[in-house]
Design a protein around this ligand. Structure first.
Ligand SMILES: *[C@@H]1O[C@H](CO)[C@@H](O)[C@H](O)[C@H]1NC(C)=O
Length: 364
């Protein structure tokens, strides 16, 4: 009889201890919070009490182990906390290396706070469960940790819109699970690793708005899942290799505002899967390959500001769809073909060439 209350107490104690976060996880979160200042919304006001798995804003735990699994703090969000304050998020401070003690962390999202500075802690590469690392939209500087390739489960690496400098670490190609890579709008220098194509799971690679040099690695064309490649606004040179035109699912390719030279590979324009292609503001030469066909479907095709010469290819008229076309600022010559898609394009698509004529420019 006397053991019944004892049993209940024991069960409750076990239940609570299992579902309460370990003091070490709580301490790591409090150290993370202490290195940041969030003056407007009070997102950290809920970070009180001993159980960091219970109602701490942005924190979730694994229900069986009660270990902290997610830190999900977004400065642009629909959450009522933002609506009430009538503003988006703003935080200063830095990301404390103490978060590396959260060794069961799977998602680390500290995004769009505008003013978090400091570096990505190097110890982050020891968080072997990490699947998502998203620090977009802050003012983080320093380099990408050299050992980033250790993160074998990482599927999303987003460090875009920060002040990260240095080279893309060679180890990055070891991220065997990586599907989404966004390093755009930083200060990265040096070359894209030549074995970048080892990232066989990658479907989006956004490296635009950096200061990358060298050429486009040929290994890129081995990436069978790559749908979206943005290398625009860098300092890339060399030619566009034709293998880029035979990638199975590549549909968006932005190489604009670089120093690419040579000719446009015919199969790049003839590829029926290609929907958005921007090669504007490079040094591309030769003629526009006459390879369009009834399966060509371009939402956007921008070849402006190059050194292209010769006529507008007549096969463009057979395209299934051409949304936005820009051939301006080249050395094209001859009459603009009649009929679709030329009947719905404006003069600005053709201006500043050597001697183009016909509707919508002046008659020949
Ligand atoms: C193509 O790239 C150029 C140069 O970076 C940019 O100005 C232009 O807006 C882009 N074209 C389209 C249609 O987005």
């Amino acid at each position: 009889m006397g053991s019944f209350p004892f049993l209940v107490t024991l069960i409750l104690a076990v239940a609570f201890s299992v579902h309460s976060c370990p003091p070490s996880d709580r301490a790591a979160l409090l150290a993370f919070k202490a290195a940041l200042t969030e003056p407007y919304l009070g997102i950290f006001n809920s970070w009180t009490g001993t159980n960091c798995c219970l109602n701490w804003y942005g924190i979730s735990c694994d229900p069986t182990t009660a270990r902290v699994a997610d830190i999900n703090l977004r400065g642009e969000s629909e959450d009522p906390i933002f609506e009430k304050a009538g503003r988006s998020g703003y935080m200063t401070g830095k990301i404390s290396p103490e978060i590396c003690k959260l060794d069961h962390l799977t998602n680390l999202v500290v995004a769009d706070w505008k003013a978090i500075s400091g570096e990505v802690p190097d110890c982050i590469v020891s968080l072997s469960s990490l699947r998502v690392l998203d620090l977009i939209g802050n003012r983080i500087s320093g380099e990408i940790p050299a050992g980033i390739g250790n993160l074998q489960r990482l599927t999303v690496l987003n460090l875009a819109d920060n002040d990260i400098s240095g080279r893309i670490p060679p180890s990055i190609v070891n991220l065997a699970s990586l599907m989404h890579l966004d390093l755009s709008d930083n200060q990265l220098t040096g070359e894209i690793p030549s074995d970048f194509g080892k990232l066989s799971m990658l479907s989006r690679a956004l490296l635009n708005k950096n200061q990358l040099t060298g050429s486009i690695p040929t290994s890129v064309s081995c990436m069978r899942r790559l749908a979206d490649l943005d290398l625009s606004m860098n300092r890339l040179s060399g030619s566009i290799h034709s293998e880029l035109g035979s990638m199975p699912v590549l549909s968006t390719l932005n190489l604009d505002s670089n120093s690419l030279s040579g000719q446009i590979p015919p199969n790049l324009l003839g590829n029926s899967g290609m929907g958005i292609l921007n090669l504007s503001r490079n040094g591309l030469e030769g003629q526009i390959p006459n390879v369009f066909g009834s399966k060509s479907y371009f939402m956007m095709l921008d070849l402006s500001y190059n050194k292209l010469k010769g006529p507008i290819p007549s096969s463009l008229s057979s395209a299934k769809y051409i949304g936005h076309l820009d051939l301006s600022h080249n050395h094209l010559c001859g009459s603009i073909p009649v009929g679709y898609p030329f009947d719905h394009l404006e003069a600005s698509s053709f201006t500043n060439n050597d001697c183009l004529c016909g509707n919508p420019l002046k008659t020949c």
